[in-house]
Design a protein around this ligand. Structure first.
Ligand SMILES: NC(=O)c1ccc[n+]([C@@H]2O[C@H](COP(=O)([O-])OP(=O)(O)OC[C@H]3O[C@@H](n4cnc5c(N)ncnc54)[C@H](OP(=O)(O)O)[C@@H]3O)[C@@H](O)[C@H]2O)c1
Length: 264
């Protein structure tokens, strides 16, 4: 604690903290990276494509923060392990881990779903988070501090209409359960583990779905009491809350941010 009286906003500061964000180059990960950088954190971002990572690095480092990037696919277990190892070598350790990478990508009814697709989606949404928590969490355990945020989905709570591919719902529900178990197991190490469950946000995957199936847009928006999808920058403050000392008594929670979707 500083010498002067603490301002409430000081509890949201992340000066001197280091954060690893999987998939920080676009979409929700990019918005969370922005929020953390503005609060003072140095960042390491991971993505499969170098170009958008470089753009993110240039923009996010404008405020004076150190921003490193690693190109790789966290949906492939061996790659996830390689990425974490490299991330630790570069930054020495992390105070904050955001397991943001995930997705649906396919819409195949369960009766037709090949086993390989099932496994790939579980690797992408669940195993990636397990491996990153394990690799990055070890250092957090040693230092007895850390905040982990798993990005789940309202699809881990309710089933989405008009789309198949239930591996997504299943893996996000499992990630919610993993969040709770890890919160309990790592509470003695002073590591907090929480989840953010977004509803529909206007990011590239949704733009793609709405282009392929225009009727999906109206079905979706009609189910949102607020009558619109979220904008990525609306998730930044929530990530900052969970990442920072503003939420020191919160662990194992899943915070829903969905414009009211799950209320109906
Ligand atoms: N948008 C929504 O409405 C919504 C709703 C509920 C939950 N979510 C969850 O929020 C998270 C982010 O979604 P988003 O909509 O922001 O997605 P997005 O716009 O597609 O962004 C995904 C980010 O992750 C990177 N990425 C994707 N797959 C990767 C992989 N296998 N390895 C490494 N990096 C990877 C992307 O960069 P590259 O493409 O270059 O790899 C990009 O930086 C996901 O877990 C998703 O399930 C989103």
């Amino acid at each position: 604690m500083g010498t002067g009286p603490m301002n409430i906003f000081d509890r949201f500061r992340l000066d001197g903290k280091k954060a690893l964000i999987t998939g920080g180059s676009r979409g929700l990960g990019r918005a969370m990276a922005q929020a953390l950088a503005e609060a003072g954190a140095d960042l390491l971002l991971v993505g499969r494509e170098a170009e958008s990572l470089n753009t993110a690095r240039e923009q996010l480092s404008e405020g004076g923060r150190r921003v490193e990037t690693i190109v790789g696919d966290v949906g492939t277990p061996a790659e996830a392990e390689r990425i974490c190892k490299e991330a630790l070598e570069r930054m020495g350790g992390f105070d904050i881990l955001i397991n943001n990478v995930g997705g649906r990508r396919i819409s195949i009814p369960t009766e037709d779903l090949p086993l390989k697709d099932w496994q790939n989606i579980l690797d992408l949404n669940l195993t990636s988070a397990f491996l990153c928590c394990q690799a990055i969490g070890r250092g957090m355990i040693e230092r007895k501090q850390g905040s982990i945020i798993n990005v789940t989905s309202i699809s881990g709570i309710v089933v989405n209409k008009g789309i198949h591919g239930r591996t997504y719902e299943t893996s996000k529900a499992a990630l919610t359960a993993f969040t709770k178990t890890l919160a309990v197991d790592w509470a003695p190490h002073r590591i907090r583990v929480n989840a953010i469950a977004p509803g529909g946000f206007m990011t590239d995957p949704n733009r793609r779905w709405f282009k392929e199936k225009p009727e999906l847009h109206d079905t979706f928006v009609n189910q949102i009491p607020m009558g619109r999808l979220g904008e990525p920058d609306e998730i930044g403050p929530l990530a900052l809350y969970l990442a920072s000392d503003a939420s020191t008594y919160m662990t194992g929670a899943t915070l829903v941010i969905d414009g009211g979707y799950t209320l109906w």
